[in-house]
Each structure stands twice: as C-alpha cells, then as structure tokens.
Design a protein around this ligand. Structure first.
Ligand code: AMP
Ligand code: MG
Length: 684
C-alpha cells in the first residue's frame, strides 16, 4: 500500500472566511509542506483537483484525507436515496445542495430531510437567524430520530460529534452536507483513477479516505492555528507510516456508514443468525433443478461463525477471516538463484575476465563490502547480492585461475539473480478473506513475514441419524434392523471438510424425543446434518417438527439419487435433512452440503472441478433430472458401478468419484466424454 503524496483537508461547512487565515476555516496540507489556508470551499476544490491531476500525470499515488464522515448512520442513505449505497447518497446531496462562497442552502436541505420522516428530527441545530419549520435549534427539541445517533465508528472514537448536529462548537453535520457534493464531483471527474476507502479497493492512483485528526493530536504550538497544525501533523503521520501498517489500517470490512482511517475495528462477534425464510423456495408441481437449488443456498446462506487469531503453524485447513497483507517483501533483498560468481552486468559477447575478490557471500552470511566494476565475488544460492553486484554467472560456466575469473559472454544484466520483492511486495494483498488455507499458503504467508492470521471459528456440525430401524455400529442387530451406516460416514465427511464434528447419536421415530434432541443440539451446534425422516410420511418426524417452526422447506430436487431435502431452522440453527439412503445421503452431502457448510463457515461457495473422461459404460437417460453415478477410473476410462440402486452402500467404497450426467436427455456410448468428479474434488 504505497502512496507518494499525502494530502489532508480540514473541511468546513460555513461561508467564506475572508482573506486572513483563521481557525475553523478550511485548511489543507501536503505532507512535507506547509499548511495552506482556503477562505472557501470553491477555492480548495479547484486546488485539490489540480493537485490530483498533477500527481496522477507524474505517476504518483495520492492518499487524500478529509475530516468529515463519508456516510450517515445505517439506514439513512437507503431511506433518502434509494439503494443502500453510500455513493447514491453522495449524489443525492450533490443534486440538492447549492453552494456559493456567500450562501448555501444546507439548513433548508436538512429541514427537507427531516420532513421525510415522522416526528421532528433527526437533524437539528438551525444556525440561521430565521426560523426554519421542521429544523429545531436544539437537539432536545427533536421528537424522533428513526436512525442511530452515531455511526458505529463514532462509538469507538471518543469525543466525536454526530452528523445530525449542524451548528455549535465542534459540530460536524454541516461539514458532511457541504462535503459530500464535493466528493461526489471528485469521484465523477477522476472516475477510474480514484477510489473511496473503505467502500472500494484502495488500488487506484488516488484514494480518498475519512480521517479524524483530533484522534491522535498532542497540544498545538502557541504560534500555530490548531486546524493548520492538525492537517500538517496528520499528513506527516500517514506519510511516515510503513506501507504494511497503512495497508493493515485499510484492511477492514466496510460498513455502508463509512469508517475513520486509523480507528481499529472491533473484533467481530458472532454474526447474526440466518433468516427464518432462508430456505423458502417456490415449489410447484415441478422438480427443482440441482443448479436452482444450489443457487438458492448460495444466495440465502451466510457465515454464522465468529473469528479468532491463530498462529500460522495451526492454520492449515482454516478459513481466513480477513485479507492477508505481506508484512515484508519476498525475497527481502536481491539474491542469487545459483551457486556462482557475482559482478556488475551485463557481460558482452566473447571471452570475459574479472578479478576475483577475497571473501564470499553465502545464504545467511552476506558479504558486506562493495564489489568494484571489473571485479567478481564468489556467491552461493540464496545469498544476498553484495553492493555492486547485479548479475551472477553459473559456477559450471567459468574457469578460475589465481585471482582471475573467465567465462564466455554474453550474459544479460540480472542473469541468475532474484530481485527484491519479485515474488511478493510489502503491503501486497496475498490472500483473500474466505480462503481455506492450504499447506502451501502457510509457506507463502510465512515467507511474507506473517506469524498470525485471523481465521473463522470452526463450524460446529452436528450429525444426527433418525429411525427406529437403526442399530449402532458393532451392536447385535435384530433381523428387522439395519445398521446406522450414515452417521460414521457423515461425521467423517464433515471432519474432512475441516469442521468440528459433534456426534448427536440416533433419534427414535418419536416426535417428542426428537424435539428434545433438537433442542439440546441447537444449543451446541452451528448447523445440524440429519439423515432419514425427511419426507412427508407418517414417520417423517424431522420434517413434521421443522414444519412447526414455520421454517421448513421440502425441496423436491430433480436428481438421482435423492429424494426431498428437508431444510429448516431449529432455534436459529440451520438443519439440513438429508435422505436416509446412504448413497443418496452421501451424494446430497457432497452436492449441497459441502458448499452450503463452507458458506456457513465463512468460506466461499465451492464448486468441484470435473474432468472430461471417456466413458467405459453405455447408458441412456431421460430428460428432467441430473444423475450422479458411482464410478472409478480403469485403463483411462471411467466405469460405472454395476447397480444404480441407491441402497447399495458398497458401491460408494468401490467408487473414487461420481459421473455427473446433465439434466437433458442423453445417450452415452462407450468412449463418449463424460464429466467425472473425483471425491477429492468434493473435499474428501
Ligand atoms: P427414510 O428417509 O427415513 O424413510 O429412510 C430411507 C431409507 O434409508 C430407509 O430404508 C432407511 O432404513 C434408510 N436409512 C435411514 N437412515 C439410515 C442410516 N442412518 N443408515 C443407513 N440407512 C438408513
Ligand atoms: Mg426413517
């Protein structure tokens, strides 16, 4: 996160302040320079646009800070401007505010805004001598405010004023109303060259951000105006920050209300539960295509777990809660990619000769002298290039005699050398939030200087079987019983996906008992996976109970194997009711459960990679449903399990993946390419 130019602006909502520098007027300062006084907004806007133009054309990146809120408390923007988008509100103000050095309409606009809501409020602080209907002079005269008094960030910034207060010492309300139109115009004229932190990624030539100088100020020197002192100190403060630290400050989740650059964001608590209707999907006489069911889950589920910091060593398989930013460059210094001799390149064609210096540069033991032109030094793989060296010749390509080194050129400048930061630069975002960390990621992050990362807490997945016919693994079973095959399998699957598994045992086909089990389970699980009892029959108690909560959705999915999926919320905890048949239970777990659980766990919606492989079987299928066939690879062909019967558990072990046949009618002949998805692609 490197910027070259830092400019901070102390804004003002009032009228022209005259030619002599005064306090509570507009002050701006470029880091390293003197503060500048502006008697009105029109002048500073022109100055700023010129400055940004100049810096952009010189290829310099600018961070521009403004000391007023970029948004209002939650809900206000949506109520006024339509969409819940901070920039829609900026535009609204740009269209409604009129501004000249001597007069502006901010108090009337505030009254207009107040008139949009019941009661008197939220704005107050009419600073004019004339009364304005609907805009009280005092905050206590308000009768209503449908919004929060403060933005979230202001609850963390002691002493901050609210956007609703338009006049009085320290009030910021007028500045916001008179500032947002200016920001809107900057955004319009600089378009793709400008982004607004924290709403947009700060990767453009110009980034603008909200600052609050009073946060970190010492006392102002007696001979300076406080506002001038503040903008100067703030500009220099940001300019002196390490790229990494600035990137860290900018690495926050953006509320629509905006945020103050530099105020730490509080640790997120457990996110809000899912909505009771999150599984509701119109179900007609038709069967829902697999892709529609997936799309519904993808768009209606969200993360239900909090986060915590973790040492890198323990982070494999965990889901990143925030972006990760390189703490230092990799490699940190230029170094040699080979064992050889270093010198100042390039080397021209023909026989070349260099004088060898005493000493060497080895990994961890750099040579700290300078290598003069025409000289060379012994250097080993991974060793820092000494000063004067930018090129390395392989030891296999040289002859050395006494203090002379000879080889045949040419050798280009920089040959066999690694540049500092050629892999990762300091401040670069190297991993995105939501990523499930691989072993390789631990290497990448460690190389970039990271020791701890914020990860999502592990999703607690309860696994429950239902049915009076079930006997437990290893028990003696009556002839009319079958073994509970699903639970060990589903527990192992959820574990392989990286979740924390809670074995909830087996519930009888008894409504009261199942209700008790669900009550206890909901308290200790983030999501419950059940199998069996999910249809609409007499003994399908799971669907009956979920129906009672008003959250049940029975999805009839156009796929084979599979029957209805029963989805619902039990005391805010999502319940995914899988079919009872082990084959259908596993296939539904892979196709729906895996991506759904990943989203609940704070990760991405994951789609397995399929591979086109020649079919070692022939089959024709009807239109109207997707089919998953247990399959494995033999001699480069994908062969199908002998039976498609969904009671045949052994076929799951025989298979190494699934062949997916699309929804349309299809005739597959031997050798036709079909989509094979190995189980590993489902995260197993
Ligand atoms: P259900 O959805 O309860 O009607 O069950 C459908 C089929 O799956 C029935 O034949 C059940 O016996 C069987 N089944 C249900 N749960 C399990 C389980 N945990 N392990 C093995 N088979 C099961
Ligand atoms: Mg049953």
């Amino acid at each position: 996160m490197r910027f070259d130019t830092f400019v901070m602006v102390d804004w003002s909502g009032g009228n022209d302040r005259g030619p002599t520098p005064v306090k509570d007027a507009i002050w701006a300062c470029v880091a390293g320079q003197d503060p500048i006084y502006f008697r009105n907004r029109q002048l500073v806007e022109v100055w700023l646009a010129d400055l940004l133009e100049t810096e952009i054309s010189a290829g310099r990146r600018v961070l521009a800070g403004f000391d007023f809120p970029f948004g209002y408390p939650a809900g206000f923007g949506k109520a006024v401007a339509g969409p819940d988008d901070p920039f829609a509100l900026w535009q609204w103000f740009a269209e409604h505010i009129s501004d000249t050095p001597k007069a502006n309409n901010r108090f009337d606009v505030a009254a207009t805004l107040n008139s949009m809501f019941a009661g008197i409020g939220p704005f107050w602080g009419n600073g004019l001598s004339r009364d304005i209907a609907g805009l009280p002079r005092k905050g206590l005269a308000r009768t209503a405010n449908p919004f929060a008094e403060r933005r979230q960030v202001e609850t963390h910034a002691k002493g901050s004023f609210t956007c609703w207060q338009l006049s009085g010492a320290g009030a910021v309300g007028s500045q916001v109303m008179m500032g947002l139109p200016m920001l809107h115009r900057l955004r319009e004229s600089f378009a793709a060259d400008l982004s607004v932190w924290p709403f947009e990624a700060p990767d453009t030539p110009v980034v603008i951000a909200e600052i609050w100088p009073s946060l970190s100020m010492g006392d102002c020197p007696a001979n300076m105006i406080k506002d001038a002192y503040q903008v100067q100190l703030t500009a220099n403060h940001f300019a002196q920050m390490q790229a990494y630290d600035l990137a860290q400050l900018m690495n926050i989740t953006a509320p629509v209300e905006g945020w103050i650059l530099g105020v730490p964001q509080p640790k997120t608590k457990r996110p809000p539960p899912l909505r009771n209707d999150c599984f509701a999907m119109p179900q007609g006489a038709y069967w829902t295509p697999v892709s529609d069911a997936q799309a519904h889950l993808r768009h209606h589920l969200s993360c239900v777990v909090g986060q915590k910091p973790l040492r890198i060593q323990n982070a494999a398989g965990r889901i990143l809660a925030t972006d990760v930013i390189a703490k230092r460059a990799h490699p940190p210094t230029p170094n040699s990619a080979v064992d050889g001799y270093g010198f100042a390149g390039p080397a021209d064609a023909g026989e070349r000769q260099y004088t060898l210096l005493d000493g060497r540069s080895a990994a961890g033991a750099p040579f700290d002298g300078t290598v003069p032109v025409g000289h060379a030094i012994r250097i080993l793989t991974g060793a820092a290039l000494p000063s004067g060296v930018d090129t390395v010749v392989l030891q296999e390509d040289v002859v050395t005699q006494d203090d002379k080194l000879r080889f045949n050129g040419p050798l280009r400048l920089g040959a066999n050398a690694r540049k500092a930061g050629e892999d990762m630069t300091q401040g670069q975002t190297i991993m995105a939030a939501g990523r499930q960390l691989t072993p390789a990621d631990l290497a990448t992050m460690t190389a970039a200087g990271i020791g701890r990362v914020a990860v999502k807490r592990r999703l607690r997945v309860g696994v429950l079987s239902t049915g009076d016919e079930l006997a437990q693994a290893g028990e003696n079973a009556r002839a009319d019983q079958i073994y509970d095959a699903n639970r060990p399998m589903l527990c192992a699957i959820a574990n392989a996906w990286g979740h924390k598994v809670i074995d909830l045992g087996c519930a009888p086909d008894d409504r009261a008992a199942l209700r008790e089990i669900l009550n206890r389970s909901a308290a200790k699980c983030d999501v419950i996976l059940t199998s069996g009892g999910a249809s609409a029959g007499d003994e399908d108690h799971m669907s009956a109970l979920l129906k009672g909560t008003g959250s049940l959705a029975l999805w009839r999915i156009a796929m084979k194997p599979g029957r209805p999926l029963a989805l619902g919320l039990w005391r805010d905890t999502p319940v995914l009711g899988l079919p009872g048949n082990p084959v259908a239970a596993m296939v539904c777990a892979l196709v729906f459960g895996r991506p759904a659980l990943n989203v609940l766990a704070g990760g991405a919606w994951v789609t397995p990679q399929g591979y086109r492989v020649p079919a070692g079987f022939a089959k024709s299928k009807k239109a109207g449903r997707r089919e998953y066939i247990r399959a494995h690879i033999e001699d480069g062909k994908v062969v199908a399990f002998a039976s498609e019967g969904s009671g045949r558990v052994s076929g799951l072990s025989w298979a190494t993946g699934l062949v997916e046949l699309g929804d349309a009618a299809q005739t597959t002949a031997l050798g036709d390419l079909v989509r094979f998805i190995p189980f590993t692609e489902f995260g197993l």
